[in-house]
Design a protein around this ligand. Sequence first.
Ligand code: HEC
Length: 127
Amino acid sequence: MKLTSLIIALGLLAAPPVHANQPYIVMDGYRVDSQTYNGFRLFRNWCARCHGTFAQGLAGPSLAENLNRIGKMQFMEIVENGKTGQYGVMPAWSSNTQVMAGREDIYRYLKARADGVLGEVRPELAQ
Ligand code: HEC
C-alpha cells in the first residue's frame, strides 16, 4: 500500500465517512457508498471477465494498477471507444447504455482499488 493510500485509509478510519478529494467512500476496508457499490456491480457484470473479479488483471491489464496513471477523462474515453494495444483488443462500450450511464460509478470503484483503499474483497453496501 502506498503511503498516500495509507494516509487516506487512516483518515477515513479517523473521520468517517467523507473524504473531500475522493469520489468514493470506503469504511472498514469493504463497506462502500451506493455509487461505488453500483460501480462494483457494473464492473462485475461487464468488465471482470477480462480484467479479473477485483480488477487485478486477467486477459486484460490490472485496472487496480493502471488507474494510478490513467486520468478520469482518459478512462471515460477508453471505455466509450475501446482500445487496442499490447494486451489485445478492448471493445468499445458506446452502445451499452448500462455501462455508459454507470461509467462514473465504475470509475469510483476502480479508483478505490487503485488508491489501495479497497483490496481484493467483495465490497458491501454500507447501511
Ligand atoms: C473482452 C475483454 C474485455 C472486456 C469485457 C473489458 N475490457 Fe477493458 N481492456 C481489455 C484489454 C485487452 C485491454 C488492453 C488493451 C491494450 O492492449 O492496451 C483493456 C484496457 C482497458 C483500459 C485501459 C487500460 C490501460 O492501461 O490503458 C480500461 C480503462 C479498461 N479496459 C476498462 C474497462 C472497463 C471499465 C470495462 C467494463 C465496462 C472493460 N474494460 C471491459 C479487454 C476488455
